[in-house]
Design a protein. Sequence first.
Length: 151
Amino acid sequence: MGYNMRQRGSNFRIKKENFDVALKAIVELADDKNKHQMSGGSWQGGKQTGWHYAWVNMSDLASAKTIKDAIGVWRWEVFSAEPEISREIEEDIVDIYFVGDKIGQENLMFEAIAPFVEDGSYIEMAGEDGAIWRWVFARGECNDCGATVTF
């Protein structure tokens, strides 16, 4: 189950000099102090024994070594202006693309990296019920903005 979504467009940028701090912000989400935010988990004997964000492999999140890998754990791909020759992005991130099917808790990841995303960046999505929204980055924050479509 879950809510299907697809990406409609984006204008998303992170400067290379912010990669390390953005990576740290994402990886810190794997810390146990954030369990209260995690919507998934495992249970044994009627007790919760594990926690995770929706659709996120916590081991991969905790061990991510690059910004590309850390964002990839959340089912997003990032791209630079230069063609990728190596596994890592060598220049500023200039685009992002959703490679999953269902909405997860990416809003928490976007909130964590918002201080390092260029103002004016956005990611526009559409849900299975026709809803349209954007995650908009400005002044170090990420806001979820719904759309009203009129004809």
